[in-house]
Design a protein around this ligand. Structure first.
Ligand SMILES: [Cu+2]
Length: 133
């Protein structure tokens, strides 16, 4: 009887350890709440590509970009269900609805030095700005 209980307890401990090892999140997966490694990249075609991760706000919130070159901003979501998925950019008169998981790109055109393009969720709880210089 005692042996049976000991066996069951051992089995539970081992299966728990196995489940913990298998199910624990991999540490290499980037957290979407963090800023992308390179938020501003100039592609080979000469387009400036800004990446903003969206989860309970915008990461990064503040971006400095190069003036006088065509620019686009790509919003990246991963299981995000809050209002930051609904993005208004008043200066461009655009409204962008993001899927909970995915990417969406908005063209910002070519901006002069000193221009600041601001955007945010439709309630203006969360916001971001892109400064051209
Ligand atoms: Cu909001």
């Amino acid at each position: 009887m005692n042996n049976t209980i000991a066996l069951i307890v051992t089995a539970i401990i081992i299966s728990g350890a196995v489940a913990f090892t298998v199910l624990k999140p991999t540490q290499t997966a980037p957290l979407i709440t963090q800023e992308p490694e390179n938020p501003v990249v100039i592609r080979e075609d000469g387009t400036q590509q800004i990446t903003i991760n969206v989860k309970s706000g915008y990461h990064p919130r503040s971006v400095t970009a190069k003036a006088d070159i065509p620019t686009e901003v790509t919003f990246v979501t991963s299981n995000n269900f809050d209002c930051s998925n609904d993005i208004l950019i008043p200066a461009l008169q655009t409204r962008t609805q993001l899927e909970p998981t995915g990417t969406k790109t908005v063209a910002l055109g070519t901006q002069e030095a000193g221009r600041v393009i601001s955007g945010g969720c439709s309630m203006n709880m969360y916001n971001f700005n892109i400064t051209f210089e």
